[in-house]
Design a protein around this ligand. Structure first.
Ligand SMILES: Nc1nc2c(c(=O)[nH]1)N[C@H]1C(S)=C(S)[C@@H](COP(=O)(O)OP(=O)(O)OC[C@H]3O[C@@H](n4cnc5c(=O)[nH]c(N)nc54)[C@H](O)[C@@H]3O)O[C@H]1N2
Ligand SMILES: Nc1nc2c(c(=O)[nH]1)N[C@H]1C(S)=C(S)[C@@H](COP(=O)(O)OP(=O)(O)OC[C@H]3O[C@@H](n4cnc5c(=O)[nH]c(N)nc54)[C@H](O)[C@@H]3O)O[C@H]1N2
Ligand SMILES: [Mo]
Length: 761
C-alpha cells in the first residue's frame, strides 16, 4: 500500500520492477508508476552518516549545513553519538529545547509510521516541543472547531459520493474537484470513486459549477468560472448578498440552527463598514461579471445545492475565511443536513471526503504523554528557530517560542513543505544539532548533522487501514532492506536501550510481535460488533490470507443528526449551533480575523500594488505526478519535466508577451528567490495566472548561499513565510506573486538526487 493506492509489487534483485494496482480499485492512480526503481535509486541513503563540521567541531550553530561533506559511521557509533547528544541537550537545556514536531507524510503503515515512532520515542525520553495541526489544514483546524465544533468530521463523516450521485442538483465547487488530488489518502486507499460518482451525478441531470483559475481542476462537463485567485470569499459574500436581499435566505434554518446571522448580515449589507457586498463589488475584485453571481445565487436557492470548498482555499492569507464563508452560504440555503445539499470541505482535495467511514477504532500504537507543554503552529518552524523567547499570537493565546537546540525530523521534508526556503535555511543554521531520518538524501537530509538511513515501506512488514476505507491490509515486504538502512523502530529501539528506557519503548516486542499485538487488539473490537461484515481471522491467517473487510457507514449526510435533532445532537460550539458569529473569536480582537466571515484583501494578489513589480499570480498547488516530494525521481514525475525542470503552466498571452513557447526554460522570480522551470503553454488558465506544483527537490545553484536560485523548480523558494492569521498561523504556500523571464544561460545540471560526498573513515 502507498498513500496513493493499493498494489502488488514484482521484485527482482532487491528492486521493485513492476506494480499492479489492486483489481478492486475503480480508478487507480498513475502515480503508482513512480515506485519501480525507487528502492535502489542513487538518492537512497546507504548508511548512517555525520556531517564533517559537526563531527570535528561538536554541536553548535553552523553556516555549513547544506554545504558540507559527511563521514560514514557504523550503527553502533551512530547510536553512541546520537544518544550522547540527546542526553547532553536534555541535561543542559531541558526537554523543551528539543523540537520534535517532525511534520510530514512519511509512509503508510499503522506500526512503522515514522511520526508515531518518533513521537513515542521522544515522549518516553521526557518530551519535546511539538507542533500542532497540519500544512494541509492549518486554518481549518482552528476555525472550524470554533464554528462547527469539529474539523475532522467534515472529512471523515462527509456526505458520501453515493448520496451526491443520487441527490445533488447543483454542486458549486470553489477550487474545483481536482481528480489528481483524489489519488491520495493519508494511510492509503483501496478505491478511487470520485470520477465515477461525478459521472453518475451528471448523467442524472446534476450540474457542476467550478470556480477555479485552472480549468483542469474539474474534469468532464461543467461550467467553468475563473476568478482572480484569492477572491473566492468576496464571491461567496456576493452570493450571500443576493440571497439576503432577494428574500432567498432560509430564515427559519438560520434562527434554529445558527447563531449570529444578524451580526453577519449587518456586515454583508454594508451597515458596519459602509461597503455592501454586492455582486458589482465582487465583480470588481474577482474579474467575473456581476450578473453571473445574481443568476447563480438564484439557481443555488432552487434545488439541492452543495457548496464545496477545497482545502487550497484555506492555504492562503486569511485562509480561515473561505471555509467559514462557505458554510455560512450553505446555511443561508438552509440545506445543511439534507441529503445531497449543504456543505463539503475537501472533495477533490483528498480521496477521503465522500468515502464511508468504518465504525471501529484503528489499530494504534500507544503514544504516551508529552511532559513538555510548549508548541508551535506547525508552519511556524522558521519563526521558532529565529525568534526564541518571543511571544506570538495563536487562537486567543500568547505562547512563547522556546530556545531550540536540537531539531529531530523523521518522515517529513521541510524543504518540500515550508515556505521561503531562503529564510528556512537561515533558520536551520541556528540550532546545535539537526537529526534527520529518511530513506533518501532529500534537501533536509543534506542539511542534517546526524543522518539516519530509514527503510522504505517496501522493505518491511506492516499493516494499514484508514478511517474511511473498508479494508485492513497486510503490507508484506517486497524486497530486502537496502544497503545499511534500518527501520525507524530499530533505530529508536537501540537509542532507547542506550538511554535506559529500552524495555518501556519496546514493551519487549519485536516488530513482528507488535504487528500481531496491534492486529489482535483491533480484532477484539471488530468481533465485539454484531453487525460486522466478516470475522477477522487470527493474525497468521490474516497475514497470508488477504485483506479483511470491515463494516462501513454508508450513505452518510454531513450533520444529518444535528438537523434532525439540534438539541439532542448539538454542535460542540459554545452555543451548540453553527457560529456564523463567534463571540470568542471576536473577543480576541485580531485585526486579521474578526468575529464573522469577512473579506480581507490578500497581501499578494493581482489587485495588490506588489503586482506592478511581480505581475503573475503563481498557484503553487499539489503535484499531479507524485505525492509531494516523494519519488520525484520516479518515472511518472520525471516524464512530466522539461529538460529536467518542473513544468510551469502559463496562458498563451502571458507566454507571448515574454516571447516564450512550450519547452522553453524560464527563471521564475520575486524578491524572495528564484528558480528555473520549463514552460507549458496552456489556455486552460486565467491570464496572469501561472501554475507550478510543489515537490521538485530543492537544488541550489550555489549551496553555500541560502538565497540561491533553485535550478530545478521548487516553488517554495518564492512563497512567503507568513501565517494565515493571528488566529491559526496556518500555511499560506498556495499563492505568491512572481514574474517569469526566459533563461538563456547554460543550463546547470540537476544535482538534487545526487548524494553528498560521504567519506569512509
Ligand atoms: N507552496 C506550497 N507548499 C506546500 C503546500 C502547498 O499547497 N503549497 N502544501 C503543503 C501540504 S498540504 C503538505 S501535507 C506538505 C507535505 O510535506 P511533507 O509531508 O513533508 O512532504 P513529503 O515529501 O511527503 O515528505 C515525507 C518524507 O518522508 C520520507 N519517508 C518515507 N517513508 C519513510 C519512513 O518510513 N521513515 C522515514 N523516516 N521517512 C520516510 C520521504 O522520503 C519524504 O522525504 O507540504 C506543504 N507545502
Ligand atoms: N496527486 C497528489 N494528490 C495530493 C497530494 C499530492 O502531493 N499529490 N497531496 C495531498 C495533500 S497532503 C493535501 S493536503 C491535499 C491538498 O488539497 P488542495 O489543497 O485542495 O489541493 P491543491 O492542488 O493545492 O489545490 C486545489 C486547487 O485549488 C485551486 N486554487 C488555488 N487557489 C485558488 C483560489 O484562490 N481560488 C480558487 N477558486 N481555486 C484556487 C488550484 O487551481 C488547485 O488545483 O492534496 C492531497 N492530494
Ligand atoms: Mo497536506
Amino acid at each position: 500500500m502507498a498513500h496513493w493506492g493499493m498494489f502488488s509489487a514484482q521484485a527482482r534483485d532487491g528492486e521493485v520492477v513492476a506494480v499492479q494496482p489492486y483489481a478492486g480499485d475503480r480508478d487507480p492512480s498513475p502515480i503508482l508508476g513512480n515506485i519501480p526503481g525507487s528502492v535502489r535509486h542513487r538518492a537512497r541513503i546507504a548508511g548512517p552518516a555525520v556531517r564533517r563540521g559537526w563531527l570535528e567541531n561538536g554541536p553548535g550553530p553552523s553556516t555549513r549545513r547544506g554545504d558540507d561533506e559527511y563521514v560514514a559511521v557504523s550503527w553502533d557509533e551512530l547510536t553512541e553519538i546520537l544518544a550522547g547528544e540527546l542526553q547532553r541537550v536534555k541535561d543542559r537545556h531541558g526537554n523543551r529545547a528539543i523540537f520534535g514536531g517532525s511534520y510530514g507524510w512519511s509512509a503508510p503503515g499503522r506500526f512503522h509510521h515514522a511520526q508515531s515512532q518518533v513521537h513515542r520515542f521522544l515522549k518516553m525520553f521526557g518530551g519535546y516541543t511539538r507542533s500542532v495541526h497540519s500544512y494541509s489544514l492549518g486554518a481549518t483546524g482552528v476555525i472550524m472547531p470554533r464554528v462547527l465544533g469539529t474539523h475532522w468530521k467534515l472529512f471523515a463523516r462527509s456526505t458520501s459520493w453515493e448520496v451526491i450521485a443520487r441527490e445533488t442538483d447543483l454542486m458549486v465547487c470553489f477550487g474545483g474537484i481536482p481528480l489528481k488530488n483524489t489519488a491520495v489518502n493519508d494511510g492509503g486507499t483501496s478505491d478511487h470513486p470520485t470520477r465515477d460518482a461525478l459521472e453518475r451525478m451528471r448523467a442524472r441531470g446534476g450540474r457542476i459549477v467550478s470556480f477555479s483559475p485552472i480549468r483542469s481542476d474539474m474534469h468532464g462537463e461543467h461550467e467553468w468560472l475563473a476568478p482572480r485567485p484569492g477572491t473566492d470569499v468576496a464571491i461567496m459574500l456576493a452570493l450571500a448578498y443576493v440571497l439576503a436581499t432577494e428574500g432567498l435566505a432560509d430564515r427559519e434554518f438560520l434562527d434554529r440552527y445558527c447563531t449570529g446571522y444578524d451580526r453577519f448580515e449587518e456586515y454583508l449589507l454594508g451597515r458596519t463598514d459602509g461597503v455592501p457586498k454586492t455582486p458589482e463589488w465582487a465583480a470588481t475584485l474577482s474579474g467575473l461579471p456581476a450578473g453571473t453571481f445574481v443568476d447563480l445565487a438564484r439557481r443555488m436557492a432552487r434545488g439541492r445545492t452543495l457548496v464545496s470548498v477545497t482545502w487550497s482555499l484555506q492555504r492562503v492569507r486569511h485562509g480561515e475565511q473561505a471555509p467559514w464563508a462557505g458554510v455560512t452560504l450553505a446555511a443561508m440555503l438552509g440545506r445543511l443536513g439534507v441529503p445531497g445539499g449543504g456543505f463539503g470541505h475537501g472533495y477533490g482535495s483528498m480521496n477521503e471526503p465522500g468515502l464511508a467511514p468504518v465504525p471501529y477504532p484503528l489499530p494504534t500504537l500507544f503514544q504516551g504523554n508529552n511532559d513538555v507543554a510548549d508548541f508551535i503552529p506547525v508552519a511556524a518552524i522558521s519563526d521558532l528557530l529565529l525568534r526564541p523567547g518571543e511571544q506570538f499570537d495563536y487562537d486567543g493565546q500568547r505562547p512563547t517560542f522556546p530556545d531550540i537546540r536540537l531539531v529531530y525530523w523523521a518522515g517529513g521534508n521541510p524543504f518540500h513543505h515550508h515556505q521561503d526556503i531562503g529564510r528556512l535555511r537561515r533558520a536551520l543554521r541556528r540550532p546545535d544539532t539537526i537529526v534527520v531520518h529518511d530513506p533518501y538524501w532529500t534537501a533536509m537530509a543534506k542539511h542534517a548533522d546526524i543522518v539516519v538511513p530509514s527503510t522504505t515501506a517496501l522493505e518491511r512488514d506492516d499493516l494499514t487501514c484508514t478511517r474511511n476505507d473498508p479494508l485492513l491490509v497486510a503490507m508484506q515486504a517486497a524486497v530486502p532492506r537496502f544497503a545499511d538502512a534500518r527501520d525507524d523502530y530499530d533505530t529508536f529501539t537501540a537509542l532507547a536501550h542506550r538511554l535506559g528506557f529500552g524495555e518501556t519503548f519496546t514493551e519487549g516486542r519485536t516488530s513482528r510481535q507488535w504487528l500481531e499485538h496491534l492486529y489482535e487488539q483491533w480484532r477484539g473490537f471488530v468481533l465485539a460488533d454484531d453487525r460486522r461484515v466478516e470475522d477477522p481471522p487470527p493474525f497468521e491467517d490474516f497475514w497470508y490470507g488477504g485483506p479483511v473487510r470491515m463494516r462501513t457507514e454508508d450513505d452518510l449526510t454531513l450533520f444529518e443528526d444535528f438537523r434532525s435533532d439540534p438539541d439532542g445532537h448539538p454542535l460542540r460550539t459554545p452555543s451548540g449551533r453553527l457560529e456564523i458569529f463567534s463571540a470568542d473569536i471576536d473577543s480576541f480582537g485580531y485585526d486579521d480575523c474578526a468575529g464573522h466571515p469577512t473579506w480581507y484583501e490578500p497581501d499578494e494578489w493581482l489587485g495588490s500594488p506588489r503586482a506592478e513589480r511581480f505581475p503573475l499570480h503563481l498557484i503553487a498547488n499539489q503535484p499531479a505526478t507524485r505525492l509531494h516530494g516523494q519519488l520525484d525521481h520516479g518515472s511518472v514525475s520525471q516524464t512530466s519535466k522539461i529538460r529536467g525542470r518542473e513544468p510551469i503552466r502559463m496562458h498563451p498571452d502571458d507566454a507571448a508577451a515574454r516571447g516564450l513557447e512550450s519547452g522553453d526554460i524560464v527563471r521564475v522570480f520575486n524578491d524572495r528567490g528564484s528558480c528555473l522551470a520549463g514552460v507549458v503553454v496552456d489556455d486552460g488558465l486565467l491570464p496572469s495566472v501561472v501554475q507550478l506544483a510543489t515537490g521538485a527537490w530543492y537544488d541550489p545553484l550555489d549551496p553555500s548561499d541560502p538565497g540561491s536560485m533553485c535550478v530545478h523548480g521548487n516553488a517554495n523558494v518564492l512563497t512567503p513565510d507568513v501565517g494565515t492569521s493571528s488566529l491559526s498561523h496556518g500555511c499560506t504556500g498556495q499563492h505568491v506573486l512572481v514574474d517569469v523571464e526566459r533563461f538563456d544561460g547554460e543550463l546547470p545540471p540537476i544535482r538534487a538526487y545526487d548524494p553528498p560526498v560521504v567519506r569512509q573513515r
